[in-house]
Ligand binder design. Structure first.
Ligand code: ADE
Length: 224
């Protein structure tokens, strides 16, 4: 899978060298690159924003650098998923992560300020080889889309076959097919600061353990 982030702060993506994602990159399971939007500007100040038509506070990202940057990434490609990060987008969830995990190439457009000129999404919606998704990671406002893209990348890449050592762990975790959150988990010691692990988990009775976990998952899903 190819992942490309377009941003005025490509350094934000340095953590993708770490942990499982870093390993997936070194194994060739994912190919990540970040590109600087300012490289697609032609004025001395490398301007990427301007005042909004119609007035109002803040600045809007100009469409021309975005158009050139995205064009440079979609040339010669089959189908690409263009993810535009915005607090006004459709809310990201595990089902989206599963769908994106089968994508060949995802381009993350990380806007800043008051967002990207709306014609950018409109233009790429008219291009058959581009699937445009305007996505929010939650009902709160970040300073830009970079952290949101990192969240999405982590959720997506761990679902690519071969990235997680034990794929069974993906079946049991929260927000799986059942739509439930996961049961509580415990490890040694059996008693810590006066708190004991539920007896059933020490019983060795796999049927009882499975029943207890399923009940706990249901109880948690309802109450949270
Ligand atoms: N940019 C700013 N806030 C955001 C959010 N909640 N989700 C995605 N992109 C954003």
């Amino acid at each position: 899978m190819k992942l490309t982030a377009i941003s005025i702060f490509p350094e934000y993506f340095a953590p993708l060298e770490l942990s499982l994602i870093g390993k997936a990159r070194s194994q060739g399971l994912v190919n990540f690159s970040s590109i600087n939007l300012r490289d697609f500007t032609y004025d001395n100040h490398h301007t990427v924003d301007d005042t909004p038509y119609g007035g109002g506070a803040g600045m809007v990202m100009k469409p021309e650098p975005w158009g050139e940057a995205i064009d440079s990434q979609i040339q010669g490609q089959n189908v690409v998923d263009l993810v535009i990060l915005t607090p006004a987008g459709t809310k990201f969830n595990q089902r989206f992560a599963q769908t994106f995990a089968t994508s060949e190439h995802i381009i993350f457009a990380c806007g800043r300020y008051e967002g990207i000129d709306a014609r950018v999404a409109e233009h790429y919606r008219s291009i058959p080889s581009v699937r445009v998704h305007e996505i929010s990671i939650g009902d709160f406002v970040l300073n830009g889309g970079e952290v949101a893209a990192l969240v999405m990348i982590e959720a997506i890449v761990r679902l690519i076959p071969g990235v997680i050592g034990n794929p069974e762990s993906l079946l049991e975790e929260s927000h799986n097919e059942m739509g439930e959150v996961e049961y509580p988990t415990f490890t040694k010691p059996a008693t810590w600061r006066g708190l004991s692990v539920p007896d059933v988990l020490l019983s060795g009775n796999h049927g009882e353990i499975a029943r207890w976990r399923s009940e706990e998952a249901q109880r948690r899903s309802q109450s949270r």
